[in-house]
Design a protein around this ligand. Structure first.
Ligand code: DGL
Length: 258
């Protein structure tokens, strides 16, 4: 059965990383309403076993379905690596991940590298879509962003450490974690001249096209976003605001509700 086009779109991530995708979605689909779910009690996902992240993704998808959404955007590379295509095959609403759109953006480049969480890099999920010349897990990047340190000298130090063995002739680098676009300026300082591939716009374009094709665009949405978090609400609000997201409506969800 076709979902009601007036329902919101569910978007989820382990924390604030998915806000990069939410922003692009809002720009591409200004009339849509969104439910954003940040699993801040269990961030980071990237150091956890893939099977555990898969379970988290199922729990959150179930929660969003119970709230009523017409589509789900898995705005997290780790959860996309762990739970797609399985989730989209099982659910009756469209489910979108961030890997394929990023890979499509990167494909025209000759020599492509990947940075991501340990789980994403080790899953080799990106290699399903394109060959990689180099890849590196950067586990400290997510805590740096969640701590609000994306422009701090410590971020530059960590970026230099992770990227020191990147091939000199790398043409493009996939930011294989939705937290990493917040570190773009720092990454550009370390790898000047390398094209940084961020999945947000490409994912938003894909979602907009698919909703249009499926006749699921909201004719009269108000562009509202309701945020759900599993961790502390106030620290989420403050961090999200520093990242440019005004959080008007915010609810805390106990893990036992998932
Ligand atoms: N932002 C997520 C990703 O794209 C999750 C990072 C994490 O929680 O480790 O992989």
């Amino acid at each position: 059965m076709r979902p009601d086009p007036e329902l919101p779109i569910g978007v989820f991530d382990s924390g604030v990383g998915g806000l990069t995708v939410l922003k692009a979605l809002r720009e591409a689909l200004p009339k849509e309403d969104f439910l954003y779910f940040g699993d801040t009690a269990r961030v980071p996902y990237g150091q956890k076993p893939l099977g555990m992240v898969r379970r988290f993704a199922w729990e959150i998808a179930g929660f969003l379905l119970r709230k009523g959404v017409k589509a789900i955007v898995v705005a997290c590379n780790t959860a996309s690596s762990a739970a797609l295509p399985e989730l989209s095959e099982a659910l009756s609403i469209p489910v979108f991940g961030v890997l394929e759109p990023a890979a499509e953006e990167a494909r025209p480049h000759a020599k492509v590298g990947l940075i991501g969480t340990t789980a994403t890099v080790e899953s080799r999920a990106y290699e399903r879509f394109l060959p990689l010349a180099w890849s590196k897990a950067c586990p400290l990047f997510v805590p740096l962003v969640e701590e609000g340190l994306w422009n701090d000298p410590v971020a530059l130090l960590v970026a230099k450490h992770y990227l020191e063995d990147a091939p000199e002739d790398l043409e493009a680098l996939i930011l294989g974690c939705t937290h990493y676009p917040f570190l773009k300026e720092t990454l550009r300082q370390v790898l000047p001249g390398v094209q940084l591939i961020d999945s947000a716009q490409a994912t938003a374009r894909k979602v907009a096209e698919a909703l249009h094709t499926l006749g699921l665009l909201n004719p009269q949405g108000g562009g509202q976003t309701l945020h759900y978090v599993t961790g502390d609400a106030e620290s989420y609000r403050v961090l999200a605001q520093r990242l440019g997201e005004e959080v008007a409506e915010l609810k805390t969800v106990a893990l036992s509700e998932l």
